[in-house]
Design a protein around this ligand. Structure first.
Ligand SMILES: C[S@@+](CC[C@H](N)C(=O)[O-])C[C@H]1O[C@@H](n2cnc3c(N)ncnc32)[C@H](O)[C@@H]1O
Length: 424
């Protein structure tokens, strides 16, 4: 049986827990909020769209898709719809439907010129994950539960998460449910087998998970048919999609997507080890989201050798975003040829990740003297995986041996002496 442990994070979006690794996939303060704050806002897509007419994004570790979905949600909500609305107002003014300086001054801030061509922008996202079941479940996941079920209790035992969930998170980001529908359409285009997968059917119809899935999207799947294992394979898949899309889904889903042209969005999901997939990929990307599990447990996607591979796939003005502040990760980026900077979260007033770039001028927050010093300690010894094929365990053992043999100062000694120097 597939291990699936969903729970509501503090902003009403569903996060996952892994019992096997005793680790969470998403922060308890909010899976959606985390995606926005760590990947979407620090990327400054608004600036990117002022200069470019297409974007290529690589989403490494797609999971249940918060980073890709948040990007599309942000694009439609904050850029696309605003631009379309603004253009419509301009057209109305031109056609003398409305005529007030007041309206003009209101919209001048939107800078319509820059976004005029947004309707024709091309979006390409390659998303990679080894876990097919999670990727298939991603469009069904509730991303913005307005009110949690009464007396909501964590569906599994974990005291740490229970404690964290007692806190509250301000809901800052609205999520359009239609974005999930769009991803269902995109995933189905390539992976029709999602309709035939028994594990997906079992999870979606299991009562204990009911709160975590969007019932309207689940209904499209005709789950009863699944449960009796007597469905007939869908012959005309496109017609089927057309039907579910246009006939069965309420306006609430479709309206916010307005004139967004689904054909301008290519979603290329790969169920594969990211190392293997990228060795054979010849795309260059503008943005890379790196959302692998913590380096200490799963270093395979944090090695200097993997970062060298990412270097080959990043455009000159591109940016890699990660949540990790680890010295070993930062040092690996530097050794792979990148410039690195920190991600600052103004609401939390703290640094919440690292960016890696080829163009140094894209860095807003440089590493401090303290951060740079830490890279020269044992904590800065990075993970290696020369052939890009080793298991996490082998990479961890190799790293442990290197740290043990190293003559570098330990990070604790360094931190102590740094603090003493400041105090003097
Ligand atoms: C922290 S979770 C990512 C969460 C995800 N971004 C989301 O929004 O749900 C890490 C993901 O990495 C995937 N993963 C682990 N090792 C991988 C590998 N070598 N290549 C690709 N994906 C991997 C796991 O299946 C898991 O879904």
């Amino acid at each position: 049986m597939y291990e699936f442990y969903p729970y509501f994070t503090n902003d009403g979006s569903v996060g996952l827990y892994s019992e096997k690794d005793n680790d969470i996939y998403h922060s308890t303060y909010g899976a959606l909020t985390e995606a926005y704050e760590k990947f979407i806002l620090p990327a400054h897509f608004d600036k990117f769209f002022q200069k470019n007419s297409e974007i290529k994004i690589l989403d490494i570790c797609f999971g249940i898709g918060y980073n890709s979905k948040s990007f599309i949600n942000y694009y439609i909500k904050n850029l696309y719809n605003d631009a379309i609305d603004t253009n419509n107002i301009y057209n109305d003014i031109y056609n003398a439907k409305i005529d007030t300086n007041n309206t003009l001054s209101k919209i001048s801030a939107c800078n319509s010129e820059n976004y005029k061509n947004l309707e024709n922008f091309k979006i390409y996202i390659k998303a990679i994950d080894t876990d097919k079941i999670l990727a298939y479940l991603s469009p069904f996941i509730v991303c913005n539960k307005k009110k949690l079920p009464k007396n909501y209790k964590l569906p599994f035992k974990n005291e740490k998460i229970e404690r964290m969930l007692k806190k509250t998170t301000e809901r800052k980001f609205e999520f359009y449910d239609g974005v999930n529908l769009l991803f269902l359409e995109k995933i189905c285009e390539k992976y029709g087998e999602i309709f035939e997968n028994q594990e997906i059917a079992c999870i979606l119809r299991d009562k204990k998970y009911r709160d975590y899935f969007d019932p309207s999207i689940c209904r499209l799947f005709k789950l009863d048919k699944f449960s009796r294992c007597s469905y007939t394979p869908i012959k005309d898949f496109c017609a089927f999609l057309h039907n579910i899309y246009y006939l069965n889904v309420s306006k609430r889903y479709k309206k916010p997507l307005k004139g967004f042209k689904s054909a301008n969005f290519i979603f290329d999901l790969k169920i594969e080890d990211a190392r293997k997939e990228l060795v054979q990929d010849d795309n260059m990307y503008d943005f890379i989201f790196l959302d692998a599990f913590t380096p200490a447990k799963c270093p395979a996607l944090w090695t200097v050798d993997f970062f060298k591979l990412l270097f080959q796939h990043l455009n000159a003005d591109g940016m890699i975003l990660t949540y990790s502040n680890s010295a070993a990760v930062r040092n690996a980026f530097l050794n792979a040829g990148f410039f690195i900077g920190k991600i600052f979260n103004p609401d939390m007033n703290k640094f919440t990740g690292t960016i890696a770039v080829k163009n140094k001028s894209l860095i807003e927050h440089e590493l401090s003297e303290y951060d740079l010093g830490l890279l020269k300690t044992k904590a800065g010894i990075f993970y290696r995986d020369e052939n890009l094929t080793d298991l996490n365990e082998a990479i961890i053992t190799r790293h442990k041996n290197e740290v043990e043999k190293s003559g570098l100062i330990s990070s604790s000694k360094y931190i102590k002496s740094f603090k003493n120097n400041i105090a003097e």
